[in-house]
Design a protein around this ligand. Structure first.
Ligand code: ADP
Ligand code: MG
Length: 240
């Protein structure tokens, strides 16, 4: 589904991504770990072209994301993104947050978008919150709305950038549990997260990134129990 080759990204003279290669199959859950500043967010942002890569090849479902002739907006709609800080529209209700893109971008009728939004609110456990405003919700609830909003566009892959790191500890579980449900439903997911328990339980593959490259990748038990790379070992010592 996703094929990344030799991905580079520089900000002026600062080379943040130094040649990333990664393939992700449909239905696969890949968890990306690594120290702060190692380029994990930049990597996800390059994947859906929130940042323009400096060099490399990005194939999504066989389409070259960097080819000028491809309809990038169309391709990008197929990638849902969930950020650390939810990024909900504060002056819109939960229902409006979820339906705005399907209506404006996809041209769905309000009726169709509302129906789908209610199904998604059921899925994330917020059935009664359709008329609420984001500020009246807890962080965990807001993040679940953000997940529903991304799903409303019917994406083929979901990208998560540290979706639980802005949450109070007691709310982490409810968000991870929604993500686990999605994974079990067959969603292709790339998740930047330091939730090692989630990675162990849900990931098909764990990627350790440091210094702008993939230093090591493998099954969760390989990475967590028998890391080969010295940097992986020292990172895991600090976080586990
Ligand atoms: P991580 O998510 O692993 O913590 P980031 O991808 O956020 O790492 O950042 C990696 C490096 O890229 C950092 O040194 C950061 O300062 C730099 N960087 C990220 N975004 C920008 C930007 N828009 N402009 C300039 N530098 C940036
Ligand atoms: Mg980051």
């Amino acid at each position: 589904m996703i094929n990344i080759e030799n991905l580079h990204k520089s900000f002026d003279k600062n080379e943040v991504l130094k040649g990333i290669d990664l393939s992700v199959d449909a239905g696969e859950v890949v968890v990306v770990i690594g120290p702060s500043g190692s380029g994990k967010s930049t990597f996800l942002r390059c994947l859906n072209l929130l940042e323009q890569p400096t060099e490399g090849t990005l194939l999504f479902e066989g389409n070259d994301l960097l080819a000028k002739e491809n309809d990038i907006d169309k391709l990008r709609q197929k990638m849902g993104m969930v950020f650390q800080n939810f990024n909900l529209f504060p002056h819109k209700t939960v229902l409006e947050n979820i339906t705005i893109s399907p209506i404006k971008v996809k041209g769905q009728s309000a009726e169709e978008a509302n129906k789908k939004a209610h199904e998604l609110l059921d899925l994330v456990g917020l059935t009664d919150k359709d008329d609420s405003y984001p500020a009246s919700l807890s962080g965990g609830q807001q993040q679940r709305v953000a997940i529903a909003r991304a799903l409303a566009m019917d994406p083929d892959v979901m990208l998560f950038d540290e979706p639980t790191s802005a949450l109070d500890p007691e709310m982490v579980g409810e968000v991870l549990s929604v993500m686990k449900t999605l994974a079990e439903g067959g969603m292709t997911m790339i998740v930047v997260s330091h939730e090692m328990g989630f990675a162990k339980e849900v990931a098909d593959r764990v990627i350790f990134m440091d210094d702008g490259i993939v230093q090591e990748e493998g099954l969760p038990e390989e990475i967590f129990d028998h890391p080969k790379n010295e940097r992986t070992q020292s990172f895991l010592k600090k976080v586990l």
